[in-house]
Design a protein around this ligand. Structure first.
Ligand SMILES: Cc1cc2nc3c(=O)[nH]c(=O)nc-3n(C[C@H](O)[C@H](O)[C@H](O)COP(=O)(O)OP(=O)(O)OC[C@H]3O[C@@H](n4cnc5c(N)ncnc54)[C@H](O)[C@@H]3O)c2cc1C
Length: 380
């Protein structure tokens, strides 16, 4: 999503763009849940990320409207909001803390009683004691979004090369990139290379160490459920995205307009492993049932695993590197779908040297240079 969204904005600015990716719109972009939830996910010590994320969310409706107009494809932006449910006294206290922290930051959320929760979401578990409604946290169908972006970049005149980048080529003085070579041996020269290969961004040959973004893979396993074809289910699917803590784990259920319910997700440090484990599927279903027992009636249509590109401070890494014409756009960790609109604008501004003054603070917040200040191994 990061490469495609950036490519789209670059084609709009008249750049000649070549996208080199063996499986565009795949990887984490395909697996993700599509939550656009900066307020629900706000975390102590991460207010710099919050400001960038809120700005990206603000840009989302226009981004989607423009993309839908251009491609004639709907991408399933849902604005019903997010409900965080509490099932025990510990959760209730955690929600009260979160509510207070959000208020301190000027963010709007509303505490609901158990009755109020059930009045907006009748299929919640009877054990739900209270909830926190975040009306501004939305969701998008990330698969439709990525497919529409791919259509938009092709319509915009970009060339798609479905090959793997084997090497980024740097001149003899290690001062500028000259292009890339694919695994098929084809060379593509370029005035600028934008490196947006998710958690693989650090591993591509040819990159000098000082230009390598410090990203690591963070595994997520996730499920997709839907009502069995042709069979009625007695429990309605939720209208809101539902989040909760169940058995000590974060769980979320994200509804799509077409009846799909996305249930996720694990967060694991397991290198580049993308196997789907039976235990993870069992735990995700157990935790989701604790919030919404009616999911038992749904068909399990997909269990998948993918790798988030994690960064040392959980903020994306976007900007020019020590090599001026090598721009990185990665490290979006749990928020790459949410951060796609702002990332694309920032990348296009950087590459064409047309960053508006209003984006300067965001550029600083995500700049690769700030990571020199972060001790190795810091962050989740
Ligand atoms: C289970 C799960 C749930 C998530 N839920 C959400 C959510 O609700 N909301 C949210 O905002 N974010 C969510 N995320 C995070 C989000 O999916 C990622 O931050 C985002 O997809 C990162 O996008 P990307 O384009 O940087 O990386 P990716 O989606 O990983 O794409 C990287 C691309 O690089 C290509 N590539 C790799 N190596 C090479 C190479 N050598 N040559 C050419 N191409 C290469 C790959 O083929 C791929 O297409 C979730 C992630 C996971 C795993």
């Amino acid at each position: 999503v990061i490469g495609l969204a950036s490519a789209w904005r670059l084609t709009q600015r008249g750049c000649r763009v070549v996208i080199v990716d063996p499986r565009p719109a795949g990887a984490a972009t395909h697996a993700a849940a599509g939550m656009l939830a900066p307020v629900s996910e706000v975390t102590y010590g991460e207010t710099a990320l919050l400001h960038v994320a809120l700005e990206s969310l603000r840009r989302y409706p226009d981004f989607v409207a423009e993309l839908e107009d251009l491609t004639g494809r709907e991408v399933g932006l849902r604005r019903e909001g997010t409900l965080i449910a509490a099932t025990d006294a510990g959760d209730r206290a955690m929600l009260a803390d979160l509510h207070a922290f959000q208020a301190e930051l000027g963010l709007t959320s509303t505490m609901l009683t158990s009755r109020e929760c059930r009045s907006i979401e009748p299929s919640l578990h009877p054990d739900v004691r209270c909830g926190l409604l975040v009306a501004s946290d939305h969701s998008v169908d990330n698969r439709r979004l990525a497919d529409a972006l791919l259509a938009a970049v092709i319509a915009g005149g970009a060339t798609l090369v479905k090959e793997t980048v084997a090497e980024i080529c740097v001149d003899d003085n290690v001062e500028s990139v000259t292009g890339i070579v694919t695994s098929a041996g084809t060379r593509h020269s370029a005035a600028t290379v934008v490196l947006a290969a998710g958690p693989w961004s650090a591993a591509i040959a040819g990159l000098p160490a000082a230009a390598r973004p410090p990203v690591r893979p963070v595994k997520g396993q996730i499920l997709r459920l839907r009502p069995p074809t042709g069979q009625a289910v007695t429990t309605p699917l939720p209208e809101h995205s539902i989040r909760a803590i169940s058995h000590g784990h974060d769980i979320y259920l994200v509804p799509r307009a077409d009846g799909e319910l996305v249930v996720g997700a694990t967060v694991e440090d397991r290198g580049f492993d993308t196997t789907v484990r039976a235990g993870a599927v069992r735990e995700l279903l157990r935790d989701a049932r604790a919030v919404m027992p009616g999911i038992d009636e749904l068909e399990l249509v997909e269990a998948s695993a993918a790798l988030r590109p994690g960064s040392p401070d959980n903020r994306p890494i976007i900007g020019r590197t020590v090599i001026d014409n090598l721009v990185v756009a990665t490290g979006h960790h749990r928020n790459g779908i949410l951060l796609a609109p702002i990332t694309a604008d920032l990348v296009a501004g950087i590459v064409t040297s047309t960053t508006p003054a209003a984006d300067a603070a965001h550029i600083d917040a995500v700049s690769p240079a700030r990571l020199a200040k972060v001790p190795a191994g810091a962050g989740r």
